[in-house]
Design a protein around this ligand. Structure first.
Ligand code: COI
Length: 355
C-alpha cells in the first residue's frame, strides 16, 4: 500500500477531553489523547486504517496474544517547533525496527504508510495534545497484537495494529540508581532481546521488582553466559564516559537497536568525540571507577531521553557518579537533541518528519 492509496477513515470525538491536560503538570503515560488509530490484518493483507475516538477494545478471552504473547510495540515522540507546528522524531527508524520485531515474532510486516502516515494523521488531528514546554512531548505508542481466537499454539493469522498517544513529561524525575544484574537474564543469543516484544518487558518485571525493594530504580542487564558484559538498562540503552572516550555496547541480537542510541552516537562522532561500540565488561567499568576515570554514565531511550545515572552497584562495588551538573557529554547531548527535536536547530540528518 503506498501513500497515494492509503485512505484513513476518521471518526472524531463528539467532545474533546483536552481540558483534562494540565500543561504545568504533565506526567508520563497517564493521560491519552482524544483519538487512536486501528488497522486490522486478515487473509494475508492489511485493511485500510481508521482513526476513532480513544476507547476500550472488546476481544474474545480466547484471543491468542493474551495467552502466547505475540505482541510488539514501539515508542516515538512528537514535539512542537517555536511556531507551534508538530514535528515527529525519526518515525521511519521506528517503523523499520517494528518490522524487525514483527519478522522475529512471526507477525506481518507493516507497510510504511500505515505506520508513518498513520502517526502523522493522528498527530495532525490531536495536535492540541502536543505540549510545548521544554522536556515535554507527545509520546506515541504504536503496537501490534495477534487476534486469532484459538487456544492451540501456532502463529496467528489475524492481527491488529494500533497507535495511541499520550502527552508526556520526564520519564525519570531524577538521576537513576542502577543495579548490575548478575543473577537473572534478559536476553540470550538467538532469542528476542533485539525486539520490542512485550514479553521482554514482562520477563523483566520480577527482577525489577526485587531490585526496587532493595532501593534501586533500574537494572543494568549483563550477558547470559558469564554475567560479564553489560547489555542495556530495563528501559534504555547505556553509555559510559571513560576519560575522553564514550563507550556503549555494540548491538547484537541481545540488545535493542535504540533510535536515541543511534542519534547519540551520530551527534558525538560529528562533534569529534571517540565513541566505541563494543563489548564492555563490568570489570572494565569498575576498574575505570577505581582509577577515577568514570566521568559520566547515562541511559538513552525515546521515553527516557537522556537519563543520567546517579550510581551503579555491582556486587560489593557501589560506584557513585560525580554531580550531574558537572557533566559535559550528557548535558551537551541533552541540549543538542532538544534543539533538533523542538525544531530550533537545522535538521541536517533528516530526522524530523513535519506534520
Ligand atoms: C521507549 O523508550 O519508548 C520505550 O518503549 C521504553 C518503554 C519501556 C518505556
Amino acid at each position: 500500500m503506498s501513500v497515494s492509496t492509503l485512505e484513513i477513515k476518521v471518526k472524531k470525538v463528539e467532545k474533546s477531553r483536552i481540558n483534562q491536560l494540565d500543561p504545568a503538570n504533565i506526567q508520563f503515560g497517564k493521560l491519552y489523547s482524544d483519538h487512536m488509530l486501528v488497522a486490522h490484518y486478515e487473509k494475508g493483507e492489511w485493511k485500510q486504517p481508521e482513526i476513532i475516538p480513544f476507547g476500550n477494545v472488546s476481544l474474545s478471552p480466547a484471543t491468542t496474544f493474551f495467552h502466547y504473547g505475540q505482541a510488539i510495540f514501539e515508542g516515538v515522540k512528537a514535539y512542537k517547533d517555536p511556531q507551534g507546528n508538530p514535528l515527529i522524531f525519526r518515525p521511519y527508524d521506528n517503523w523499520k525496527r517494528m518490522n524487525r520485531s514483527a519478522v522475529r515474532m512471526a507477525m506481518p510486516e507493516l507497510p510504511e504508510d500505515i505506520f508513518v502516515e498513520g502517526i502523522r494523521a493522528l498527530v495532525d488531528l490531536d495536535r492540541d495534545w502536543v505540549p510545548t514546554s521544554e522536556g515535554t512531548s507527545l509520546y506515541i505508542r504504536p503496537f501490534m497484537v495477534a487476534t486469532d481466537e484459538f487456544i492451540g499454539v501456532k502463529p496467528a493469522e489475524r492481527f491488529s495494529f494500533m497507535i495511541i498517544t499520550s502527552p508526556a513529561g520526564p520519564y525519570y524525575a531524577k538521576p537513576v540508581s542502577i543495579y548490575v544484574q548478575d543473577q537473572y537474564v534478559r536476553a540470550f543469543p538467538g532469542g528476542i532481546g533485539f525486539t520490542k516484544a512485550a514479553g521482554n518487558y514482562g520477563a523483566s518485571m520480577y527482577p525489577t521488582m526485587k531490585i526496587r525493594e532493595m532501593g534501586y530504580d533500574q537494572i543494568l542487564w549483563t550477558d547470559g553466559f558469564e554475567h560479564k558484559y553489560v547489555q542495556e538498562i530495563g528501559t534504555m540503552n547505556v553509555f559510559f564516559v571513560l576519560g575522553d572516550k564514550v563507550l556503549t555496547p555494540d548491538t547484537s541480537d541481545t540488545i535493542l537497536e535504540g533510535v536515541s542510541r543511534d542519534s547519540v552516537v551520530t551527534l558525538l562522532r560529528e562533534k569529534g568525540m571517540t565513541v566505541e561500540e563494543r563489548p564492555i565488561s563490568i570489570d572494565e567499568i569498575v576498574a575505570a571507577y577505581k582509577a577515577g576515570e568514570l566521568r559520566e554514565a547515562f541511559g538513552t531511550g525515546t521515553a527516557a531521553s537522556i537519563a543520567p545515572i546517579a550510581d551503579l552497584t555491582y556486587q560489593d562495588n557501589h560506584m557513585v557518579l560525580p554531580q550531574v551538573e558537572t557533566w559535559e557529554v550528557a548535558n551537551w547531548l541533552k541540549k543538542e537533541l532538544s534543539e533538533i527535536r523542538y525544531g530550533r536547530k537545522a535538521d541536517t540528518h533528516d530526522w524530523i518528519y513535519r506534520v
